[in-house]
Design a protein around this ligand. Structure first.
Ligand SMILES: [Mn+2]
Length: 400
């Protein structure tokens, strides 16, 4: 069977709202044409409670996919919840859709509508012409719960099938940020293919001698070097055990480094401006341009003297420009910010970084309340029900 692996559409992603939909639509359409079944490891939507127009986008995308005459069918489903279609469109919620247990989520909702199979914590068997593929999927969950959940669920391959383990979590070797992130070798053994979402740049690796694939997001989100490559999805062929990456049309994204060493702000502005104009000229549509400044300014100047307000305004209509002064050395910068700039930061989202600091602080303060720390972080950073939860925690605190 040919399996399309596509991920992290982030429908409703505010910064590039149209790109998110258009690029997901192209990926879904091409993937349906080229494959016998599709698997989507999470983050179809950008936020936990997507607005109706973004839910409608999700419905549209999957409704279109259900129109194809799929020969492969879901023939068995164990664990998880009930399923409402036998179409081979298999998905899980990611970190962006995750809500408190039993609260329901947007991917589950698409599953209830029969537009996909929500494979959270379940084994799904798909069959076509006597060939069987089994997908065990772990629904996106708080990182500190991955180990115990894997132990509890004990994902096991199905005899006689091509076995896929699909999930949506951080891996320590890729993001060496928290001891909560599992290592490659903690993944369940015996599967023929490992598929992960969550990380937005494409990654191909081997685990236990088997392919481990991350297709990356279909939309640009983090403006990091790793995202310069074209977006797309994988097609994996179970017969040949080979796979290819199929590119989709995505907005041009460029990262350009400019050395500021020993130079004056005016000179630097000039060079930045020339670079931006050159990139605009060679791009089809409004490109995304990230300029990274690096080095130490001519003596007598400091970081704050670099002012690009006017320049940014000038290109507002022809490009999305972001200028990072993060690498300009400034003796006044404090240690906290400095650590943000270190290499490991490159691959982690701001949310995950915030979360890791939060968890670290809770650990230090010997937090023991019943509320799950990651859930608490989500509530505090979301604005929903904040007061109510804090009140409950206060009551708990005084009771204990
Ligand atoms: Mn994501």
């Amino acid at each position: 069977m040919k399996i399309a692996i596509l991920s992290d559409f982030h429908l409703g992603y505010e910064r590039f709202v149209d790109d998110a939909y258009i690029q997901a639509e192209e990926a879904m359409k091409k993937a349906a044409e080229l494959s016998d079944m599709m698997i989507i490891p999470g983050d179809i939507f950008d936020v936990r409670n997507p607005r109706l127009e973004f839910l409608a986008q999700g419905v549209n995308l999957f409704m279109a996919a259900t129109k194809k005459k799929w020969e492969a069918k879901v023939v068995a489903y164990r664990g998880g919840k009930r399923i409402h279609t036998d179409l081979p469109i298999i998905a899980i919620p990611g970190t962006h859709e995750r809500r408190a247990q039993n609260a329901g989520n947007s991917v589950e909702l698409l599953g209830l509508a029969g537009l996909l199979v929500d494979a959270s914590d379940a084994t799904v068997e798909i069959e076509k012409d006597g060939e069987k593929v089994a997908v065990f999927a772990l629904g996106g969950l708080a990182e500190e719960k991955v180990r115990e959940t894997l132990k509890e669920l004990n994902p096991t391959p199905v005899a006689g099938a091509f076995n896929i383990f699909m999930f949506h979590q951080s891996i320590y070797e890729i993001l060496p940020f928290s001891a909560d992130f599992i290592n490659y070798e903690e993944l369940p053994k015996g599967f023929d293919l490992y598929v992960d979402g969550h990380i937005h740049s494409r990654l191909e690796h081997k685990v236990f001698g088997r392919p481990f694939l991350i297709p990356g997001s279909t939309v640009l989100t983090q403006l990091k070097d790793g995202e310069v490559e074209q977006k797309g999805f994988f097609i994996f062929d179970t017969k040949t055990l080979r796979y290819e990456f199929v590119k989709i049309e995505s907005r041009d994204f460029h990262v350009e480094k400019v050395s500021v060493k020993g130079r004056e702000p005016r000179e630097i502005s000039q060079e930045v401006s020339e670079k931006i104009e050159r990139l605009i000229a060679k791009s089809k549509v409004k490109p995304i341009i990230r300029i990274v400044l690096d080095g130490e300014l001519k003596s007598g100047y400091k970081n704050a003297d670099l002012d690009f307000m006017e320049l940014l305004k000038r290109y507002d209509k022809s490009a999305v420009v972001e200028i990072s002064k993060g690498k300009v050395e400034d003796r006044e910068s404090d240690a906290e910010l400095e650590s943000l700039r270190k290499g490991a930061f490159e691959n982690i989202s701001i949310r995950d970084y915030g979360l890791s600091i939060f968890l670290e602080c809770l650990k230090k303060s010997e937090y023991t309340l019943k509320k799950n720390p990651t859930e608490l972080f989500d509530i505090l950073s979301s604005g929903e029900k904040k007061e109510k939860i804090l009140n409950e925690l206060m009551v708990q605190l005084f009771e204990e």
